[in-house]
Write a protein that binds this ligand. Structure first.
Ligand code: ATP
Ligand code: MG
Length: 376
């Protein structure tokens, strides 16, 4: 947490008017510095004390179906924060689809899928906002001053951009790919988001946002908060091939899959040669990611889950995981099927969200212009 992040009683940059409050839940997320328990506890204490002082901005690219990594890495936290009374804004970053591919295929279909997932998971349009960033010109205009605040060398060093380039479908690196983290800074800062619940892959991007906010404030005066990252208990869920579960890598278990598909996908997950199941994320990342998945669904300690499976081996582990995932997601899948009957209603959530996001981004852009002394 930084001095410029809005908190209880703050009237500094990024202070946010309260919207609503709701009941608390008991997940235990971690902040960007997982070693710092006190920092996490302090952030959680401040959220609980003044949820209206926080605004979440986070989202998912419309590049495929949301998966278990999204759910345990970020989505569950979003719903928890919403229910605590935090203003949650969820972005469907459609322009960012073309950072690592030539065209945005099936954009409408994937966007509908994300909306269905959000609603079925408990994102409540009466309290939270969902928008698409191609619908918000002022957000995209923030890219221009922000680009002047980072060097090409800094962008070239970004490990997440490097990883995304390595997995990209393009033979050359586009300017949009290189400036992806700057665009994300525009996303977050367009609405002065100060809390970002994301997976660990986003840590380097969030550092760029914090740097841009700090440099802008130093150069032009205090306008932006320096947002905090909130990691969950599963900040990097592995896919069935043992690398980060990703929509684009054909290694994911979609939330919307059927129970049979889920069991089949999990049966194909990579494990290791040791038949005895243990929970040891460092030495046995693949097995441990599966154990963690079961533990999260069952709300149990992963060591206990592993000990119970013990000599049952990978087959028993995969059965346990599939059963746990399927029962955990059954109510979500039922709600999703209901929402799918009214796609017109579902799409209206996005239209309303776009309107609010435009109002927020235009107000921010006005402040930016004023701070820079631009005459209109
Ligand atoms: P793509 O392959 O298109 O990049 P993705 O699966 O990486 O898709 P994103 O839309 O890039 O998904 O990420 C959306 C959010 O979900 C981000 O906050 C990201 O950190 C989080 N997330 C994605 N995959 C995982 C994962 N395997 N474990 C934990 N969090 C994840
Ligand atoms: Mg990604």
């Amino acid at each position: 947490m930084t001095a410029t992040t809005a908190g209880p009683g703050s009237t500094g940059p990024g202070h946010i008017e309260p919207r609503s409050t709701g009941p608390a839940r008991t997940d235990h997320p971690r902040t960007e510095h997982p070693g710092s328990e006190s920092r996490t506890a302090e952030l959680e204490r401040r959220i609980a004390q003044d949820p209206g002082g926080f605004r979440v901005l986070t989202g998912d690219r419309p590049t495929g179906a949301l998966h278990l990594g999204h759910y345990f890495g970020s989505l569950r936290n979003r719903v928890r924060l919403q229910d605590l009374g935090v203003d949650v804004i969820v972005l469907i970053p459609d322009y960012q689809v073309i950072t690592d591919r030539d065209t945005a295929e099936r954009l409408g279909e994937y966007t509908d899928g994300l909306l269905l997932d959000y609603l079925a998971l408990g994102i409540d349009p009466a309290r939270s906002t969902v928008f698409c960033h191609s619908a918000v010109p002022a957000l995209n205009q923030l890219m221009l001053p922000f680009l002047s605040l980072v060097s090409v060398a800094e962008l070239n060093r970004n490990p997440t951009v490097k990883d995304e380039i390595a997995h990209s479908r393009q033979s050359t690196v586009s300017g949009l790919m290189l400036t992806y983290p700057v665009h994300q800074a525009a996303d977050i800062l367009s609405c002065k988001g100060n809390l970002v619940p994301v997976g660990r892959d986003q840590a380097p991007h969030l550092e760029v946002t914090r740097t841009i906010a700090r440099r802008f404030n130093e150069r032009y005066g205090p306008v932006f908060p320096e947002p905090d990252m909130l990691l969950s208990a599963a900040p990097l869920l592995l896919g069935t091939d043992g690398t980060k579960m990703s929509k684009s890598r054909a290694n994911s278990v979609p939330l919307s899959a059927t129970a049979d598909e889920t069991a089949r996908l999990l049966r194909g997950a990579t494990t290791d040669a040791d038949r005895h199941i243990t929970y040891d994320p460092v030495a046995r990342p693949n097995v441990s990611s599966l154990v963690l998945l079961a533990a999260l669904c069952l709300d149990r300690d992963p060591h206990e889950v592993a000990a119970e499976i013990g000599g049952g081996g990978a087959a028993a582990l995969k059965r346990t995981v599939a059963d746990a995932v399927n029962s955990h997601l059954a109510p979500f899948r039922a709600r999703r099927a209901e929402y799918a009957k009214d796609l017109t209603g579902v799409r209206s959530v996005l239209r309303a969200g776009n309107e609010r996001a435009n109002a927020l981004a235009e107000a921010t852009l006005d402040e930016v212009r004023e701070a820079m002394g631009a005459v209109r």
